[in-house]
Ligand binder design. Structure first.
Ligand code: HEC
Length: 102
């Protein structure tokens, strides 16, 4: 059975190619949308999850790579981090770092 996550990724990729064709880079935003279920829209979490909006770019990259390798303990982030390439993590880092903290 195709998982919802896979479906979202497929839709995301579709949207990305449309955005690229239009000359707009929405790739990072589309990837970030999959984090919003827990971390809130654009990383402004309100439900006790860590706020990742405005997170330092370097810290974000290190944290995600540590989740990916398992070096940093986590409940769910190991699974999420493993789904992204280093290049995609850089894009996400840039996106979230650009969101101002409220
Ligand atoms: C299912 C809920 C969920 C989703 C979806 C999710 N996260 Fe997380 N995130 C967490 C939890 C819970 C933690 C705390 C560590 C742990 O227990 O895994 C966390 C921690 C983090 C941290 C560390 C924050 C800090 O201040 O230490 C970062 C960075 C992060 N997530 C990024 C992301 C990114 C980027 C995505 C999307 C690709 C994402 N998360 C998707 C639940 C989620």
């Amino acid at each position: 059975m195709i998982s919802l996550r896979m479906l979202l990724v497929v839709i995301g990729l579709g949207l990305c190619s449309v955005a690229q064709a239009a000359g707009v880079d929405n790739h990072a935003r589309n990837m970030a949308a999959s984090c919003s279920a827990c971390h809130g829209t654009d990383g402004y979490s309100e439900g006790g999850m860590p706020v990742i909006a405005g997170m330092d770019k370097k810290l974000f990259v290190t944290t995600m790579k540590d989740f990916k390798s398992g070096a940093r303990p986590a409940t769910v982030m190991h699974q999420h981090a493993k789904g992204y390439s280093d290049e995609q993590i850089e894009m996400l880092a840039k996106f979230f770092a650009a969101q101002k903290r409220k």
